[in-house]
Design a protein around this ligand. Structure first.
Ligand code: BYC
Length: 475
């Protein structure tokens, strides 16, 4: 099962040719996808040869090959991790029963909603990043952007396969809708908040791949536990590809910091105005971008108290990331300690049923994972002899989903007055002037091996190639 059949029109490892009706339906959707890619994917780079990796097997070792590909010719396909023999449901009320190879009728609409929501984010991110190629800081970064984009396209295929194969006509209609909604569109926006935010500069791109792709990691890990086995297998393989996206974010931000520290040393000052005048990103400005994208991504976990999350867990649809690490997999008697606003400008502690708090449980694990990069960056700043530290904003800051909506909370977690919040918001997230400055830095650099002045080169090239390699051949 592990090897991928590339001789079919749609590469796959699910024996697509043996199901003619499904194959025909997906072959009907394929040109619609390509048209969407043409209209909404990376603009103006369709003729470029890009050094891309393409999945060739679902084995953890040696699963991809690298080579020059024109993006519209990328072989998007359907790749599921191998089936685990005799896999049993690992959590919820049906724990211990065999996993499902088909969708149980009673869970059909919830599963479809979850798969559609996941699927919707994939093309949304490609749309958000559509214009970034025009301001790339290097060919290395341009290639990484396109790698991320084609793989998000493939993740859309992963969800569309499930919709077509397991949800009949409804699924086929949903697959069309995934191409009809567009990021930021006033009439037909993408489903989740963050995926309607513009990503028009590379600082936002690195923060998005650090924070938002990491939400992807957590959501995919929770689906990897699902009792619906095809969903679990699909997500297990998506996680293999996803790791690179977070790498792009973490190393991207790390390289921005490295360059800023060089400029600070050169100038002998940490004065933001002097650093900006020298064409680099001052650390307080980077902190604002972190505050923006982290707080936005925290909304993607849903409300702190959620009956949807409780039902999805109890019914075996969506587990916790790394479910086997927990002792209690049923959670009927467990409680969770939560802080919520008290309605009088303060906060109160409450104990809620654990099942209802699972979005918060996941958000907490996510934040711990986010801290790892912060610690690494702060070590570099400390080693350079500076006292400033980057930090994650309070999970109560700037929330537009859940208990903290409409509360005036500063990034340090303090509740402030509405007036102070309004007045200081642009000390905390990028102002128009900050964005204009960042945009002014975004000049395209495409000479092989060269970097824009606001970012340090990466430590190594792609797939052991030198940094000077022409990762994108622009014709
Ligand atoms: N924006 O009980 P609630 C990725 C809705 S990223 C807008 O609070 P629930 C990627 C919610 O849909 C991973 N609406 O939360 C990264 C519900 O609406 P309905 C994407 C929101 O349901 C980078 C209502 O509020 N995958 O892969 O427990 C690049 C009440 O919901 C938001 C998934 O999200 C929001 N932020 O959990 C490319 C996994 N939050 O149904 C890709 C699939 C909540 O009442 N989705 N709402 O109309 C899910 O598991 C859940 O839908 C959520 C929400 C975790 C999003």
């Amino acid at each position: 099962m592990a090897s991928i059949n590339y001789s079919d029109k749609i590469p796959n490892n699910v024996n697509l040719a043996t199901d003619r009706a499904l194959q025909r339906a997906l072959e009907h959707w394929q040109p619609h996808f390509l048209q969407w890619w043409h209209e909404m994917g990376p603009s103006d780079f369709e003729k470029a040869d890009v050094y891309l990796r393409t999945a060739t097997s679902v084995d953890a070792e040696g699963w991809a090959r690298y080579g020059a590909v024109k993006m519209p010719e990328y072989r998007w396909g359907i790749f599921l991790a191998d089936q685990v023999p005799d896999r049993k449901i690992g959590f919820g009320d049906a724990m211990g029963q065999p996993v499902w190879q088909q969708v149980p009728g009673e869970h059909r609409s919830t599963l479809r909603r979850l798969i559609v929501t996941q699927g919707d984010t994939e093309p949304a991110s490609v749309e958000q990043q559509r214009l970034l190629g025009h301001s790339c800081p290097s060919l290395y970064d341009l290639r990484n952007l396109f790698q991320v984009n084609v793989e998000e396209g493939r993740h859309l295929w992963a969800m569309v396969y499930l919709l077509h194969a397991y949800f009949g006509r409804d699924g086929r209609e949903e697959a069309e809708e995934l191409l009809a909604r567009h990021s930021g569109n006033a009439d037909k926006p993408r489903i989740l908040t963050t995926f309607n935010e513009p990503i028009s500069d590379w600082l936002s791109f690195y923060c998005f791949t650090y924070f938002t792709d990491r939400d992807g990691k957590y959501q995919l890990k929770s689906f990897a536990e699902s009792a619906f086995d095809p969903l679990s297998r699909t997500c297990r393989f998506m996680l293999t590809e996803e790791a690179h996206h977070m790498f792009v974010g973490e190393t991207g931000i790390g390289r921005v910091i490295k360059r800023t520290l060089e400029v600070m040393k050169e100038l002998g000052t940490d004065d933001p105005a002097a650093i900006r005048a020298k064409g680099a990103v001052d650390l307080p400005l980077l902190q604002k971008y972190i505050n923006f994208w982290c707080s936005s991504s925290l909304d993607l976990f849903g409300s702190e108290i959620s009956s949807n999350a409780a039902a999805s867990f109890a019914n075996g649809l969506k587990g916790r990331p790394d479910e086997p690490q927990y002792q209690d997999h049923v959670l009927r008697d467990a409680t969770f300690h939560l802080q919520t606003p008290d309605g009088h400008g303060g906060q109160k502690d409450e104990d809620v049923p654990m099942l209802n708090a699972l979005n918060e449980v996941m958000r907490e694990s996510y934040l711990k994972d986010c801290e790892i990069g912060l610690k690494r960056w702060n070590r570099v700043i400390e080693r350079a002899g500076h006292a400033v530290r980057l930090s994650l904003p309070s999970p109560h800051f700037r929330r537009s989903i859940g208990a903290w909506v409409g509360q005036y909370v500063a990034p340090d977690g303090k509740i402030v007055s509405a007036a102070e919040y309004e007045q200081r918001l642009h000390d905390w997230i990028p102002s128009q002037a900050d964005k204009a400055f960042v945009h002014s830095l975004m000049q395209k650099v495409v000479a092989p091996g060269k970097m824009a002045a606001w970012i340090a080169p990466p430590e190594r090239g792609i797939n052991n190639l030198p940094l000077e390699y022409e990762y994108v051949h622009l014709s």
